[in-house]
Write a protein of this length. Structure first.
Length: 727
């Protein structure tokens, strides 16, 4: 601990006290005594009463408190005993005003903690449309009845969930040390998070939804219709994103059935084998396009029981056959075409295209033409994001679509030695507030590592509780997942669902946020080109990786590092830390924290600089990651985007595109809308009416429409910074 002349009691005695004395927290945890926290608490009360120009001798007050503690306690001290000594000292020294402020702050904090458990308080916030509630998810329309009902039930579930959690986990979440994701669903219900749906299993063997037994489809149109129903039901049975891996290869057999029917029809009506085959292929291409268009429309018009469009991702690009190629091209052409008469950009499903050397990377590769179509689509619609096959295999052990937006499964083989990807799942995320650890350490690396290790222990306990709750589910709680094939194996009602999670088949995710802010505390805000600073951030990643590998080897689940997308967390953590530490340059003063390991957006790095800087981190965060690059309008210059994709191929595993694609239907402007306090407006005519413009931004791992859905403050600030530098 740094002394910083906070108090005059001898540094040697304080250091001894810090090392030998343990503080017993309200939740029963034991943490190392830290005299600096006493100084900060008293200083806060003094500043509140007398302002910055006070003449109060804070050192003298703290000296008296420390001496009292040192004389009375040798090994353990309870937190309320420290507080009682502080209060008694203030009264003894005649500092009545400071005493009243100190106990007032303590009481206010206790009341606030209780309010978070009070359902009535939370319901009142919802009725009054508190922004932290109604805008928490940029793809949820809180004005819609079923969404409002979901938010209401979520409030109840969150209050109950906090009471269910281990006390120290709930306390850490409420204080902002960690974030226990999706408290409005879990642990109140033993729900899983995101997954790779086993569409191949379900479409080939059939499945059941409600009272309907659904047999294997006989055409690609029926197959995609069934997919939409599966997605809706899976999304209603979990709380995270759901993905389809290698969808072109999964659907190809059903497209072949169309071709065989079309060829048979041609033989009945058309003479000549060549003409018959040409007709069958053209008709099948149309069938494929119609099927993929229907799937896109159905997904965007679906509502899960949570009152939102299912967060869906489609992975494709590795298929080499005729039908696989046609499906790939149809997916891209449908997205380029747009939705409705105004040709709006579809928000879902997220498209993820795989690039592989020898298949589609280079002009001489057989599927290079599909890559060109993917480039055209990405310049106009931002999707597809791209997976770089060879690099992704190095990072995760195999190439598969992420679950949801960015959560990757590790390579895993079953008891028969077969590689299994689809049908696996994630059990939930707990994110560590790294900038707070740095701020609490006050620039002392020894203290940073001490706090960091303590917080990781809390995260481990939180993740273990997630797994415990998921294992308490019954197959009948979510038949589509456990009994009808979405999770691969089909269980019986009496089976234990835990068998689908054991032996590292399922993942648990340790999230993190704000590596940029952490390094800024120790090295200043322009540290990216400082090798020592970057190595420090990598050391943080390495230590987390070592921890999760040990947790995995000691347990039943695969613990992984997850580069948290932080849609609302980028605001929540920063807001709470601003309240605690004030405005800290390059940390809290931006009003948002930087996602995971990303390069500071305000510096406007080139795509090549950004990728070269970020490429080292995902090897430690193999459980979830993505890179984004910022571009000006690319619609007329797909070759520029291709240059970045090709540069990235052997450097990063997963890459997304951020390019202006906003469209004004009043003046026909296309490009970047201007951010305002109320949203976004057309720079040409000033139009900000959601009905007559299409504004699309990355609000998380997915795209979102911030013009139609209000955005949380931190995310809006980050986008404003991004737009400013793009211009």
């Amino acid at each position: 601990m740094q002394q910083n002349n906070c108090y005059s009691y001898t540094k040697k005695k304080i250091d001894l006290l810090n090392k030998r004395l343990l503080v017993i927290k309200r939740d029963g945890r034991k943490v190392r005594f830290d005299a600096e926290k006493i100084y900060k608490a008293i200083e806060k009360a003094v500043l509140s009463v007398f302002g910055k120009n006070h003449s109060i001798n804070i050192n003298n007050i703290v000296d008296n408190v420390i001496i009292e503690i040192a004389n009375r306690f040798k090994e353990n001290i309870k937190i309320y005993e420290i507080q009682n000594i502080v209060e008694h000292t203030l009264i003894t020294l005649g500092e009545t005003a400071i005493y009243e402020e100190y106990i007032g702050y303590r009481s206010a904090r206790d009341i606030e903690r209780e309010k978070s458990l009070d359902i009535n308080v939370a319901i009142e916030k919802l009725v009054n449309r508190d922004e932290s509630l109604v805008n928490e998810n940029a793809n949820k329309d809180s004005l819609v009845f079923n969404t409002h009902r979901d938010l209401t039930s979520g409030i109840v579930a969150k209050a109950i969930g906090l009471k269910m959690l281990p006390k120290h986990v709930a306390n850490a979440h409420q204080k902002g040390d960690i974030h226990y994701h999706d408290l409005d669903y879990s642990p109140y219900q033993p729900l899983t998070n995101c997954c790779l749906i086993d569409f191949k299993e379900m479409l080939t063997k059939g499945f059941k939804i409600g009272n309907a037994d659904v047999s294997s489809p006989k055409s690609i149109q029926t197959a995609t219709a069934q997919m939409a129903q599966i997605i809706a039901n899976v999304a209603s049975s979990q709380y995270g994103g759901c993905s389809a891996d290698r969808i072109d290869e999964v659907l190809a057999p059903f497209a072949r059935l169309n071709y065989e029917k079309n060829l048979q029809m041609a033989r009945e009506w058309i003479e000549g084998e060549e003409k018959q085959e040409r007709f069958a292929k053209e008709k099948t291409k149309k069938d494929i396009y119609d099927a993929m268009q229907s799937l896109e429309y159905e997904i965007n018009t679906l509502y899960s029981s949570q009152g939102q469009t299912p967060f869906t991702s489609l992975g494709f690009g590795l298929g080499e056959g005729y039908f696989e190629r046609e499906i790939q091209k149809a997916i891209l052409k449908v997205r380029i075409e747009g939705l409705g008469k105004e040709k709006r950009t579809a928000i879902f499903p997220k498209l993820i295209f795989v690039i592989k050397d020898g298949l589609n990377l280079k002009p001489e590769d057989p599927n290079y033409d599909v890559k060109q179509l993917a480039l055209e689509c990405s310049t106009q619609r931002m999707y597809p994001d791209v997976l770089m096959y060879d690099t992704l295999v190095k990072i995760t052990g195999s190439c598969k679509t992420p679950m949801g937006c960015r959560s990757f499964l590790p390579a895993w083989k079953d008891e028969n030695g077969e590689l299994v990807e689809s049908g696996r799942m994630n059990l939930g995320v707990v994110t560590l507030n790294l900038p707070r650890v740095a701020l609490e350490s006050r620039g002392n690396k020894e203290e940073f590592w001490h706090i960091f290790k303590e917080r990781l222990g809390i995260c481990k306990d939180a993740l273990d509780y997630r797994a415990k709750r998921c294992g308490e589910a019954k197959p009948q709680n979510a038949p589509i997942l456990y009994m009808h094939g979405a999770f691969g194996k089909r269980l019986k009602p009496e089976d234990k669902v835990k068998q689908l999670f054991d032996k590292q088949r399922a993942t648990l995710s340790l999230g993190y946020i704000g590596l940029y802010e952490v390094a800024s505390v120790f090295y200043g805000g322009n540290w990216e080109k400082n090798p020592e600073a970057k190595e420090f951030t990598l050391d943080i990643m390495k230590y987390m990786k070592e921890c999760v590998e040990k947790w995995t080897s000691d347990g039943d689940y695969w613990y992984s590092i997850y580069s948290t997308p932080s849609e609302s967390l980028t605001d929540r953590f920063c807001r709470m830390d601003t309240e605690k530490f004030g405005l800290v340059e390059n940390v809290t003063d931006k009003e948002y924290y930087t996602n995971s390991y990303h390069y500071d957006v305000r510096k406007n790095p080139t795509p090549f600089e950004k990728l070269d800087f970020e490429k080292d981190y995902p090897y430690y965060a193999s459980g979830g990651f993505i890179h984004y690059c910022e571009y000006p309008v690319l619609k007329q210059n797909p070759k520029a985007l291709e240059a970045v994709w090709d540069f990235a191929y052997d450097k990063v595993g997963y890459l997304g595109t951020n390019t202006p694609i906003d469209h004004c239907y009043k003046c026909d402007y296309e490009g970047e809308f201007e951010p305002t306090k109320k949203g976004f407006k057309c720079p040409e005519c000033g139009n900000n009416d959601p009905k007559s413009c299409d504004v699309v931004k990355r609000t998380c791992g997915y795209l979102g429409n911030p013009q139609a859905r209000p955005m949380i403050k931190g995310r809006h600030k980050e986008i404003v910074a991004r737009v400013k530098h793009l211009k």
